[in-house]
Design a protein around this ligand. Structure first.
Ligand SMILES: Cc1cc2nc3c(=O)[nH]c(=O)nc-3n(C[C@H](O)[C@H](O)[C@H](O)COP(=O)(O)O)c2cc1C
Length: 337
């Protein structure tokens, strides 16, 4: 028997096998974790598979020769970031052996402490549910604790090359990469809003966030934010034709202890002075209401849109369901009390 299996093994050429495996079209992910010292580690992986909805499980296979393997093998959490079609460079970076991979990307701590890339198609923040020995890889099974998604097109991988997916969105959807990065900034108890130029107010926004950036909220650069002080707060779509929002809670950069001189397009509002009827985006109104509520409790969560009404992953404690009723944020957990 042994002789047969040895003979069988020797007939499998690993190069040919890899080539045959490579005909299976996949997306591309970056899997991340932290090592014993808390440093972020990550690698490109296309072995991601969804596993179960109840409980919510996924898996990814980690090669034992990867330099980040010890971190994945020892850690109790990890995140899977699915890349969008404009992230080939991120995929190549994380497929490399560079030690400084995380210097070139912005990332957040969401729920478990694993680094979640600030820009991706979708992300899943997981605790380790199981580890299964499998030849030269370990299958890492994760239990999803928080996740987010955006209406962008995926990056594909086939036969060793990055590929675009033709027709990636369901009918009626616009593949949008126009995710607005909005900032929820509080200064001395007041919240910063930006005029939309036609009588309405919205969130100050900027283009994509980069690692180590100071984000300027106006053209003159009078008001700047410290990007490294930003926490992910809310991810939602407004409408199919509109850009989606990724909103961060953020802090002003050092203003020398003074309230900055604001251009007329920016204004701080006390909570009881917020111009609700002049904030046209329903989701932003709901988000501000949630913020005021959570601020009173000093207990913040992260809202992620989903077809069943959205979820709030609390920074501590279990996830809660969240529904928006005609502009009002309605917290189902609190409503029961
Ligand atoms: C598209 C693509 C998919 C990959 N998928 C995996 C995978 O699923 N598991 C794995 O261990 N390595 C995978 N790799 C290889 C790792 O990304 C690569 O070995 C990387 O250098 C590991 O980084 P590290 O040594 O810094 O940990 C993939 C590479 C590419 C380009």
């Amino acid at each position: 028997m042994l002789a047969v299996s040895e003979k069988e093994q020797s007939t499998i050429d690993p190069v040919e096998l890899r080539r045959a495996f490579g005909t299976f079209v996949t997306g591309v992910t970056v899997v991340t974790t932290r090592d014993r010292d808390g440093a972020p580690r990550g690698m490109t992986a296309n072995s991601f598979t969804s596993v179960s909805l109840d409980p919510p499980l996924l898996l990814v296979c980690i090669g034992k020769t990867a330099s980040s393997f010890p971190a994945f093998d020892a850690g109790d959490s990890f995140a899977v970031n699915i890349l969008h079609e404009h992230q080939k460079e991120v995929a190549s970076l994380f497929a490399s052996k560079l030690v400084s991979k995380f210097d070139a990307v912005a990332y957040d701590t969401v729920h478990t402490g694993a680094p979640v890339l600030s820009d991706s198609l979708s992300w899943f923040d997981c605790t380790v549910h199981d580890r299964v020995e499998a030849g030269d890889h370990v299958i890492l099974v994760g239990r999803v604790r928080a996740f987010g998604t955006s209406p962008a097109a995926p990056l594909g991988f086939c036969r060793g090359r990055y590929v675009s997916v033709e027709d990636p969105m369901p009918p009626g959807w616009t593949p949008s990469h126009r995710m607005m990065i909005g900032y929820l900034v509080e200064h001395e108890g007041r919240i910063l809003l930006r005029s939309d130029g036609s009588g309405g107010w919205g969130l100050p926004a900027a283009s994509r966030r980069k690692a180590g950036d100071v984000v300027s909220l106006d053209e003159q650069g009078t008001v700047a934010l410290r990007a490294d002080g930003a926490f992910l707060y809310s991810v939602f779509d407004v409408a199919d034709q509109e850009p989606g929002y990724v909103v961060y809670r953020s802090v002003l950069s050092d203003q020398g202890g003074k309230t900055p001189e604001l251009p007329s397009s920016l204004k701080f509002f006390a909570p009881d002075e917020l111009p609700w009827e002049r904030i046209p985006v329903r989701q932003i109104r709901a988000m501000l209401r949630r913020y005021l509520h959570e601020r009173r409790e000093a207990r913040f969560g992260i809202y992620v849109d989903s077809s069943d009404g959205g979820r709030v992953a609390m920074i501590d404690g279990p996830p809660r369901h969240w529904r928006m009723l005609d502009g009002m944020a309605f917290d189902q957990e609190n409503a029961k009390e």
